[in-house]
Design a protein around this ligand. Structure first.
Ligand code: BG6
Length: 478
């Protein structure tokens, strides 16, 4: 019953990383400053300056991916490596060369690059020039950057992702986490919704240009999607879950795929004067640039109940609590929903609900709603690993986590969902967004810790061999 046989031929087996979390070389060869270079966790430990030093280890890293049998590798391009100020007219030659070399190396090993254009690391100069995504000028600059990438790499790269986890940047838009994305904490929910609107216009224009160039590949967004359950059988909790899902998961896809704001959410926003400023022509631009596929990141599920009125009045308006930030603003009562723990699910060591059935559910939901090819571009188990004295890493917990999620993928494929690839997080250890490099996700261990870069040696974990065997067999025998 647990046996997986026959993933589709040409299934894009691989794994993912992002530039700022993996490359290091933060100020080398003309690279400009990004918001990621400025950021540290509250504990002051996160350091993207060296990260896993992939910039200097890329050949060795690609060889390891090839040894696992990857058919795809999802990475991101560092915007400021190409355009140090975000909107320079002439791109940085050395930056362009780095990605040419990386893509050539991948292709020589028969690994298709899947390229995220923008993964959280925004050019600091654009914030200094005009406030970044807050301003409509950000749209032209994103499009300018995309055009350069399509012209330079369009023949080599057939798979493109516009923006990583736009929805998380919006959901967390008023929390201190937002400094990773915008360089500052945003006070007004309306500003966050304008940022969202600008990002959608920018992506739609980029997708339209990509199609005009007739490069023949696929381009689309890469949101983070969770399964969302009502906390009880109360009808109000189901409605809260639906409303929350509309904001958390599908707003961005409804906009990009269907060219429309969901009507209930629009009412919610406009009742509070949080609706974005829509200029004439905006909705046509959004409707004219459609995705060819949907990439999504899945880690866990959530459970919500209708937000109790009495509790709402006790909440701080400027709270950093990620569970309420998207709903908290002066005078806003009641809130959409409240997150509660799901006591039916086990958790990882870093307290994430482990829910492979949730992945099955999400795959079905996305396929039913959008009917576009899907790829999973993140999924994984972020925990500390132990390097044994004999230089082995026994990460059976990671194998178990990924195996269960792959079973869900297989079931969804059998039911007709067009899932064309699986790229878990992460190919090789990298620095997490909030908990430094001791929260590890990779199939390959990188020998460094928070403050000591050691020798950055690459060491294969048990999961490396496990994943290699699955790819080789194109099936999972559990
Ligand atoms: C996703 C991001 O949200 O989750 C990645 O796209 C991130 O950049 C990943 O690393 C895991 O989260 P974290 O905080 O454990 O790094």
């Amino acid at each position: 019953q647990n046996q997986l046989t026959g993933f589709p031929n040409n299934f894009l087996w691989g794994a993912s990383t992002s530039a700022h979390q993996f490359e290091g070389a933060w100020n080398e060869d003309g690279k400009g400053l990004s918001t990621a270079d400025m950021r540290k966790t509250p504990q002051g430990v996160t350091d993207y300056k060296v990260a896993s030093d992939h910039y200097h280890h890329y050949m060795e890293d690609v060889a390891l991916m090839a040894e696992m049998g990857f058919r795809a590798y999802r990475c991101s391009i560092s915007w400021t490596r190409i355009l140090p100020h975000g909107n320079d007219l002439v791109p940085n030659k050395k930056g362009l060369e780095f990605y040419d070399n990386l893509f050539d190396e991948l292709l020589e090993h028969h690994i298709e690059p899947i390229v995220t254009i923008y993964h959280f690391d925004y050019p600091v100069s654009l914030i200094e020039q005009y406030g970044g995504w807050i301003s409509r000028r950000s749209i032209d600059d994103y499009v300018h950057y995309c055009r350069i990438l399509f012209e330079r790499y369009g023949k080599k790269v057939k798979y493109w992702l516009t923006i990583n986890e736009q929805n998380m940047m919006i959901v967390y838009g008023q929390s201190s986490v937002a400094s990773l994305f915008y360089g500052e904490k945003i006070k007004e929910r309306k500003t966050v919704m304008n940022i969202n609107h600008h990002m959608c216009i920018a992506q739609a224009r980029a997708m339209a240009i990509y199609h005009e160039m007739k490069l023949g590949g696929l381009i689309g967004p890469a949101p983070n999607i969770t399964a969302i359950y009502p906390a009880s059988n109360l009808p109000e909790d189901s409605l809260a879950a639906m409303n929350y899902s509309e904001f958390r998961n599908t707003l961005y896809l409804d906009l990009l795929v269907n060219g429309e704001y969901p009507s209930a959410l629009w009412k919610y926003l406009s009742d509070r004067n949080w609706q974005p400023d829509i200029l004439p022509g905006d909705m046509k631009t959004i409707a004219d640039g459609k995705p060819d596929w949907i990439a999504f990141n899945y880690y866990f599920s959530e459970c919500v109940r209708a937000y109790p009125k009495d509790k709402a009045s006790q909440r701080s308006e400027n709270t950093d609590d990620p569970n309420v930030t998207f709903m908290a603003q002066s005078g806003d009562k009641p809130k959409i929903a409240e997150n509660v723990p799901n006591t039916s699910l086990p958790q990882t060591a870093s307290h994430m609900a482990i829910d492979p059935v949730g992945l099955h559910l999400v795959l079905r939901m996305l396929w039913d709603r959008y009917r576009l090819p899907l790829i999973i571009t993140e999924n994984g188990c972020g925990v500390p690993d132990t390097l044994e004295s004999d230089q082995t890493i026994h990460d059976s917990y990671r194998i178990e986590f990924l195996e269960k999620h792959l079973l869900s993928c297989r079931k969804a494929i059998e039911e007709g969902v067009q899932l064309i690839g699986y790229c878990p997080w992460s190919a090789i250890d990298l620095v997490s967004t909030g908990e430094g490099c001791s929260k590890r996700y990779g199939f390959v261990y990188v020998n460094r810790d928070e403050c000591d870069y050691k020798d950055l040696r690459r060491i294969r974990k048990d999961s490396f061999y496990w994943y290699r065997d699955i790819i080789r067999a194109n099936s999972l025998h559990a």
